[in-house]
Write a protein that binds this ligand. Sequence first.
Ligand code: BES
Ligand code: MN
Ligand code: ZN
Length: 515
Amino acid sequence: MNFELKALTAAGAAREKCDLLLVLVSDQAALGSDAIGAMVAHAVKQGDFALSCGKQLALYQVPAIAARRVLLVGLGAGSAKDVRNALAGCAAALKSEGVEKAVVSFAAEADATSVTAAVQALGDATYAYTHTKSQAKPIALKKIVLGVQGKTAALSAAFDMGVAQQEGVAVAREWANRPANHATPTMLANAAKSIAKAARMSCKIHGPAEVAKLGMGAFMAVAQGSREPLRFIELHYNGGAKSEAPIVLVGKGITFDTGGISLKPAAEMDEMKFDMGGAASVLGVFQALAKLQPAINVVGLIPACENMPDGAAVKPGDVVTSMSGQTIEILNTDAEGRLVLCDALHYAARFKPTAMVDMATLTGACVIALGGLRSGLFSADGELAAALQSAGDTAMDPCWRMPLDDEYAEGLKSNFADMGNVAGRAAGAVTAAKFLQKFVGDIPWAHLDIAGTAWKSGAAKGATGRPVGLLLQFLLNKAGSAKVAKPTKAVKTAAPRAAAPRRAASKARTTKAAV
Ligand code: BES
Ligand code: MN
Ligand code: ZN
């Protein structure tokens, strides 16, 4: 989608030629005597339109308004959340046939968070999954102009952030939505390589031989039951000084989770294609960093593989040696996420990061605890936890801190190894986090359990792109919004389509791992 920020008064919005004009009106807006203001006031007075959040009134070929179609949209009190919710309800209008250019105009002064929220909501509303649909035709909409009263530096920065964020969210949604046979570890690695063509970015793909050489016995144990070779994806973004320690993001990249020998039941097993939502969020964040070029160093790590049952699969009771040297008794092969993550977290130490954050669709228990609203946040570091929580609130991609008392680790004891990979059923999201914590050493670390937030089930089944918003906000807060790095070479950002492999019909590329 092509977005543009434009200074538009109410009279200016009325003059703007387009197929669809959305007029966003909060109940605080002072309506003028211009064509739009007068019409809104009249419609409200007649009881045909209300200003509560999400209310709409559709109009056609209104005199003195250049747009063919007009949709009045109520914003309620007009908070950023109201803007998001109201625009979510405009998806059908934005996607309708014959709408190639839309103008979305705030009737009153908008603040920076509302501008970011509007762009993100418009990105979400106009995303459509088509990759494996033979009859799908792309939506007609090509351009969205966001009209604000005055185009200040703060609003421009908020707009740029929104454009980058919605692009990152779209990348995350797209990869998470793709079926496991269209999003293999190799395909994720190719997507990473494509994103890393941007300025200040690089990418290294480790294949099975390199991962074996690194001694990642826990990661390899999960992958050994699959015909699909594993990939360990390492992305680097260097927007900060060379001497500056990076932040490491680690994303769980299980491209399909059958449970392995501890096989999952058949019902809804298809949803385990989303078990690489953490990995998808790393790709999405890097897509956004490519576009924004902030002054910060970031490393992205993705251990990617399938979890399959097979004659060669790891068995309950098998003991494996992780890269850290700690041995693990794999009591349940369905607790595989922590096994791939523990080796990636140990590997991350070599970058001497100021902090590392992992994102994982890790436990069903977290879905029970927090549902689909907030991601589970686990960290022993109060400052890091507060920074992530506040970034999530700002980005409207919220999380909630959970406990990490040492007593929760007791259930992980094993008679045959340094630890087991599961504890009892109680506090399953916490015991999973306690397992990960054994591999982070003294580096400030946080874990986001996104099992409930990375995708939706039911009729609206599909990936959400979370927690790209939270992570991007967190990183930009760290970078300091003013210090944007000047690219050293031309910024060639890979658009979502370009970053993605070809359509279903075309043969998947089978690039061999190269180091
Ligand atoms: N990918 C699942 C977690 C999951 C389950 C996410 C349901 C979303 C919905 C993970 O690998 C898993 O299977 N976890 C087990 C852990 C258990 C064996 C300790 C779980 O949550 O049941
Ligand atoms: Mn599992
Ligand atoms: Zn899993």
